[in-house]
Design a binder for this molecule. Sequence first.
Ligand code: PNS
Length: 162
Amino acid sequence: MNIAVFPGSFDPVTLGHMDVITRAARLFDRVYICTMVNGGKSPMFTTEQRFEMLCAAVSPLRGVTAELWTGLLADYARERGARWLVKGARNGTDFDAEYGMAQINRGLEPELDTVLLPSRPELQHFSSTMVREMIKYGRALEPYMPAAAIRVMKGWRDDGQS
Ligand code: PNS
């Protein structure tokens, strides 16, 4: 079975992430979407909130499972029996960062290779940073985020959680 992991901080999940996830689901038998802590970022949403939005967004996708992991990505991939990491690359900056991380992860797990999927041109400017700005300034989120994740967020607002 071809198993892959798509990791990220998903703060929050965007339509750019969803494009890579749906393409990965066509390429691999099983794709684990791993919600992680990015040590270099201070998130807008808690890990649990990011995970809840991600789960809502990927639940209709066959062969796709969302999980939470607080350790090293290479350890998670080994535990799941995954031989591939899938990442999206929007531009040369992403490629350079991912190239470095691919070497680190392969150093940790020699059988673990990284597959980079170039983003679709119309999604190239999408980022969680941009979506956080839209949230901050109360703009419509439908063009940027999966509807199911927006519903989860609105549910918290109605419950007075955020
Ligand atoms: O969505 P992001 O914030 O760009 O994702 C970055 C992430 C979470 C994939 C990266 O920071 C990561 O892999 N963190 C886990 C810790 C780890 O394994 N580090 C070593 C590889 S660089």
